[in-house]
Design a binder for this molecule. Structure first.
Ligand code: CMC
Length: 429
């Protein structure tokens, strides 16, 4: 007999099926609870709520395990390329040599953005935050792809939107960067691979030939793989919930970008570097800042520490820490904030406050130091996270559509006033 969970309410017992995932995680399916009992469940922040079943990414926060489509992140980061991982997430299998060639060819046909979109870049102030620009530009892609507006698109139109997004995102990101510098845009070179093309558009110049540094390409490739998906986090849940209303892929991803922007999510990579600089400029006393993070009357948090799901360690942070040392050494960079970061990490890992709450460095703690070493300004860090997360968001949006999930619509427990007497404005005091 299959396992059931019993709930006793007002002396009556109700039974609900237990769902088991392929990695043996268990969930109680309470979808009929309200119909049968009149009760709903309350779980602010969705700390204990499964919003969907998914076969894309598995994460075990207690063991520090992360797998995309069954492949451990460590192996993918070591052996794969970002574009292969994108294919894996979106289509479910690692590509054969012919499949990856075709995938790259399709992407290379769509790397240009409509020339009219250049006017949008001109319209933003030079100091506009890149994330604000990115979500507007990605949403505006729908205006140039009318076929995407069909709420029930054909398979080929959906795949076209997937390819267009993957192809145009690096162009948009690098042009946002160029726009911030007031430099001319560099057009994509389609003979290049995905990451090299992005580096070419970002660091290339119209006035001179700039060599593509393989250290930069390798580091970016790895970082983007590590960011490519992370199951039902804030931005991915946003993409799914927006997509569940029938919104097109561009609009759904644009909403995900907005969710990623926040400092508690992807915006943490920018916040980490700003925090490390603040500590350095303040004299480098890490103990003082650890104490501030522990003080409940102080709003300061150690950015880059803690995670909703990881309660052991973040496997991505382990890989990134190693990559960080490697990149700094290869590029011959001696970044003073790295010393602060190491002191902070060491102090926090031995402090009972952080140990008891299982607060470990997360993926964002070291990624900013690498992005900085590669030459990106701080405000671009979260945009790079978005570039990496794109295939994951796409895969999750496609899965939501394939599974024909109903519109996402949580309930609430109302705590406001009841039955007030309406007073006309002339009588209100
Ligand atoms: N510094 C100091 N205290 C912390 C921190 C921190 N970074 N993170 C959590 N805590 C404390 C928190 O005050 C609470 O203490 P208490 O139990 O005494 O009230 C306890 O730890 C649990 O924290 P929580 O806020 O209930 O945990 P959460 O799961 O809601 O939040 C988090 C997770 C990532 C938002 C949070 O740890 C945080 O704000 N970290 C800093 C921001 C950050 O680095 N975000 C990037 C996340 S990884 C990249 C991504 O996936 O986006």
């Amino acid at each position: 007999m299959s396992e059931k969970a019993s709930i006793i309410l007002d002396g009556k017992t109700y039974e609900y099926p237990v769902i088991q995932g392929t990695e043996n995680e268990k969930a109680i399916d309470i979808s009929k609870l309200r119909d049968q009992t009149g009760y709903i469940t309350l779980d602010t922040g969705f700390k204990n709520t499964g919003a969907t079943t998914s076969s894309i990414t598995f994460l075990d926060g207690e063991q520090g395990i992360l797998k995309y489509r069954g492949y451990p992140i460590e192996e993918l980061a070591e052996k794969s390329t970002f574009i292969e991982v994108a294919y894996l997430l979106i289509y479910g299998e690692l590509p054969t040599p012919d499949q990856i060639k075709d995938f790259q060819y399709q992407i290379s046909r769509h790397t240009l953005i409509h020339e009219d979109m250049k006017k949008f870049f001109d319209a933003f102030p030079h100091n506009a935050h890149p994330m604000g620009q990115l979500c507007s530009l990605v949403s505006s892609l729908s205006a140039f792809s009318p076929e995407s507006l069909n709420p029930s698109p054909s398979k080929s139109d959906t795949n076209l939107a997937v390819i267009k997004l993957l192809a145009k995102m690096p162009t948009i990101v690098s042009w946002i960067y160029k726009g911030s510098l007031g430099e001319p845009f560099i057009y994509p070179l389609n003979k290049m691979d995905y990451i090299s093309n992005f580096v070419h558009m970002t660091f290339g110049r119209v006035t001179e030939e700039v060599e593509i540094d393989p250290v930069v390409v390798d580091a970016l490739d790895k970082l983007l793989i590590l960011h490519a998906d992370h199951e039902q986090n804030c931005s991915t849940s946003t993409v799914r919930i927006v997509g569940s209303s029938g919104s097109n892929l561009y609009a759904s991803i644009s909403a995900g970008i907005s969710a990623l922007w926040g400092p508690l999510h992807g915006g943490a990579n920018q916040a980490v570097i700003e925090m490390l600089e603040l500590i350095r400029n303040d004299g480098g006393d890490t103990e003082k800042w650890i104490n501030k993070a522990k003080d409940k009357d102080d709003n300061f948090r150690l950015m880059g520490f803690g995670h909703r799901v990881y309660k052991n360690f973040d496997p991505r942070a382990k890989i990134i820490k190693k990559a960080c040392d490697n990149v700094l050494e290869k590029l011959g960079i001696n970044d003073p904030v790295l010393e602060i970061a190491k002191k902070l990490e060491d102090a926090a890992l031995h402090d009972p406050y952080f140990v008891e709450r299982k607060l470990y460095p997360n993926v964002d703690f070291y990624s900013g130091i690498i992005y900085r070493a590669l030459g990106f300004p701080t405000e671009m860090f979260t945009v790079l996270f978005a570039l990496g997360r794109l295939p994951g968001w796409i895969a999750q949006w496609l899965e939501l559509r394939d599974q024909k999930e109903p519109i996402g619509r949580p309930r609430q427990v109302y705590t406001g006033e009841t039955d007030r007497v309406y007073v006309p404005i002339s009588e209100r005091k």
